[in-house]
Design a protein around this ligand. Sequence first.
Ligand SMILES: Nc1ncnc2c1ncn2[C@@H]1O[C@H](COP(=O)(O)OP(=O)(O)OP(=O)(O)O)[C@@H](O)[C@H]1O
Length: 341
Amino acid sequence: MSKTSIKIENLSTGYHHKKGNYVVAKKLSADINKGELTCLLGSNGVGKSTLLKTLCGFLPKLEGDVYIEEKNGLEYTPTELAKTLSVVLTEKINLRNMTVTDIVSMGRSPYTDFWGRLRKEDKAIVNQAIKHVGIQHLANRPIQSLSDGERQKMMIAKALAQETAIIILDEPTAFLDYPSKIEMMRLLHDLSRESSKTIFMSTHDLDLALQTSDCIWLLNKETGLHVGTPEDLAIEGTLTNFFESPSLDFNIETGLFGVKSFCNYYIETEGEDGQYKQMLKKALLRNHIQIERAEENLKTIPCKISVCDNTYTVKTKTQTIKCESIRQVLDTVYSVQQEAI
Ligand SMILES: Nc1ncnc2c1ncn2[C@@H]1O[C@H](COP(=O)(O)OP(=O)(O)OP(=O)(O)O)[C@@H](O)[C@H]1O
């Protein structure tokens, strides 16, 4: 059995206009594995939503082929496609007087009769889908009263009720607060693992994508698609090249990006390396001060910070100041710095 769930070959995406085609991305070729979480990353306007909509059949392709579960996308009837692939887009649905259960029940439409009547087993699947994403307490709530995170979970429950092998999501973590973003990525990752779903989603949450996805698709206007595990892309240098920016720093040990710090001062420290020293280092770096003399031309701040558990002591030539917080250390170092100028 093939492990490929979606395959694109020389796919060009874009929009048909009367005056001619507007090509967004040209000649893309790549595969998505079954039962994996794959994230599509790329800058604003590069064509992520256009690509997702083309894969779902919402937009006609300009050129090339899309294969879904080994069958050409063009050979699917709408009902067959709806039983194979479900889609969660960012657009808010504007339906009044409908509850969460009503919306999730719409996921059963490929399986119901002309009137959309739910059988006992359909209702059980809907309830199970609602339970799976942990929103049982919202089952009877009108949808206009939901928060963004709750609405996203409801749409994922609808996709689950649709019982498809593939779920495609356009920016499911947009508009969510940070803990909800993490929870959402975890839910999608668990779905790919526990229910063997193929999950393909676009996102701008680079660090979360690098930490949770099995595979990354990087889409670039000039160079097209770069595909690999987050780790392979890091080792090859593709990630650093792709997100090259004077303010971004890629840490090859963690495989994650951070804000680049530019230091012009050095301060001496003593005491054991541990959580408290690490936090001090982080706060000093934000203020352009290093505790390792990594660069030649750093100016030295004339004091020394001793770290002992959660107590910091700043020793200058004339005095010893005990500080109970990093805020206090920074204020003290700042005064020493000012005096030295
Ligand atoms: N209906 C349309 N007709 C013509 N051009 C369009 C249409 N919809 C989008 N575009 C253009 O296609 C390009 C790709 O848009 P798309 O929404 O796919 O980008 P994206 O990577 O998803 O961006 P973002 O990260 O900002 O959501 C953009 O230049 C956009 O202006």
